[in-house]
Design a binder for this molecule. Structure first.
Ligand SMILES: Nc1ncnc2c1ncn2[C@@H]1O[C@H](COP(=O)(O)OP(=O)(O)OP(=O)(O)O)[C@@H](O)[C@H]1O
Length: 406
């Protein structure tokens, strides 16, 4: 029973030669480790000797291996990052593709970015014919937790591209290793620079594109070379560059100019429309959840629907009308553009079984948040008033002293 559940795997003995036959061809395999200049990094190595006169056999073997053991490429988005010594790219993680509807953004954001990126990928010749560098930069800016990273993952899935994360703030990533890594980017890919404001520290000034500002301390000095990196690299042809930031104002205009960042997209806190859609994702109607057209038409609860206490969805079945009504009620509770989608997602996650509980809890939560906002605004106001009074006192004191001296 145990064996039935787990896939058997074979591991060759270290540095010993093993033989097996695949599709009638004898193959020897040795598992070893490659010595490396870096003491702490050892690359594993698998040496295969294939005894065949057919040069195409290697391709067949790789395809077979991928089919049996490899992940299903069509279903995954791969995220690559530099290895520990910033010498080459490696797959650091993979994620299942997100369905288009799971990202809740107004169509003028989601569709526009998606269509623009598709158009770019389909029109290499157009760029080449006109001598325009074949790359496209997108700057996604706005409040945290509003879907910037999620949109990039969605696009990677839709366009079948890997994501190469450029860790600008990573220790040891100097100008030359970064240039090498940029040169190693594949022709069609998404290059991602997250929180670009932190990496470029307020600056086209440090980019060598808008004058040169002296570094303030040693730490800046260490990063000097890296800060000169231009997000419009000479390499990276055919690559889609995404940069994200929560602080647009901290970025230099030169960094954001077309050619570097061609499309700017603002992300805001959740609108009522988004709140409603998000609620719909958590509490879909039974027919939507089961995807059964007949049920949808009948608006009835199918007999085989067995609500589970542990389900991510409602413990009770919902008709289309009920699901719509609950979602509408939730959106009425949530103030327009006040909370991020990530915050609302967290709120709903703690009440994911009963839609009415979620709505009631949201009412209480929103009230508390509004009171908190009001209290902190009042405090800020009082601080400001106090500061003003103190400044006024100081000015009056200075005035009196001046008059007395005269
Ligand atoms: N518009 C959205 N639609 C669906 N889910 C969202 C949306 N915005 C945020 N989320 C959810 O909130 C979480 C954080 O989202 P994400 O990382 O995309 O935000 P972000 O804008 O990139 O944040 P940051 O600026 O802090 O990096 C994720 O779990 C994501 O699923």
């Amino acid at each position: 029973m145990f064996l039935k559940k787990r896939k058997l795997t074979y591991l060759p003995v270290y540095k010993a030669e093993h033989w097996f036959r695949h599709r009638g061809v004898w193959i020897s395999v040795i598992w070893g480790k490659e010595e490396n200049d870096h003491r702490y990094e050892v690359k594993e190595q698998l040496t295969l000797k294939i005894f065949t006169t057919n040069p195409g056999f290697v391709r067949i073997l790789l395809q077979d291996a991928k089919r049996v053991y490899g992940p299903d490429d069509d279903d995954m988005v791969y995220i690559c990052s530099p290895n520990s010594y910033n010498e080459y790219w490696q797959v650091s993680s993979s994620r299942r593709k997100r369905p288009l509807e799971s990202i809740i953004l107004e169509p003028e954001i989601k569709d526009v970015v998606l269509d623009d990126a598709k158009d770019f990928l389909e029109n290499e010749k157009w760029y080449l014919d006109r001598g325009i560098p074949y790359r496209r930069g997108y700057l996604l800016y706005g409040v945290p937790g509003s879907g910037k990273t999620s949109l990039i993952h969605l696009l990677a899935g839709e366009l079948n591209l890997h994501i190469y994360v450029i860790p600008l703030a990573k220790k040891g990533l100097d100008d030359s290793s970064l240039s090498n890594l940029m040169a190693e980017l594949p022709k069609r890919c998404i290059a991602l620079m997250k929180d670009i404001d932190a990496a470029f520290k307020g600056s086209g000034k440090c980019l060598g594109i808008a004058g040169s500002e002296e570094p303030e301390d040693d730490e800046n000095d260490k990063n000097k070379d890296k800060d000169k990196v231009d997000p419009e690299p000479s390499s990276g042809e055919g690559c889609i560059l995404f940069a994200t930031t929560n602080r647009l104002a901290a970025l230099d205009d030169a960094l954001c100019r077309p050619g570097r960042m061609d499309v700017h997209v603002e992300f805001q806190n959740a609108s009522k429309w988004q709140a409603k859609k998000l609620f719909g994702c958590f509490f879909p109607s039974t027919s939507k959840f089961l995807g059964d057209e007949d049920d949808k038409v009948a608006g009835a609860v199918p007999k085989h629907w067995q609500p589970k206490a542990t389900s991510r969805f409602a413990t009770v079945p919902l008709t289309d009308e009920e699901a719509e009504q609950y979602a509408e009620q939730f959106s009425e509770v949530i103030p327009e553009r006040m909370f991020s989608i990530a915050t609302l997602q967290g709120l709903l996650l703690s009440h994911k079984n009963k839609p009415w509980d979620a709505i009631e809890a949201s009412k209480v939560w929103v009230k508390q948040q509004l009171e908190k906002h009001e209290a902190s605004a009042k405090e800020e106001g009082q601080k400001g008033q106090k500061q003003k009074e103190e400044e006024q006192k100081k000015t009056e004191g200075k005035c009196k002293r001046d008059c007395h001296q005269r």
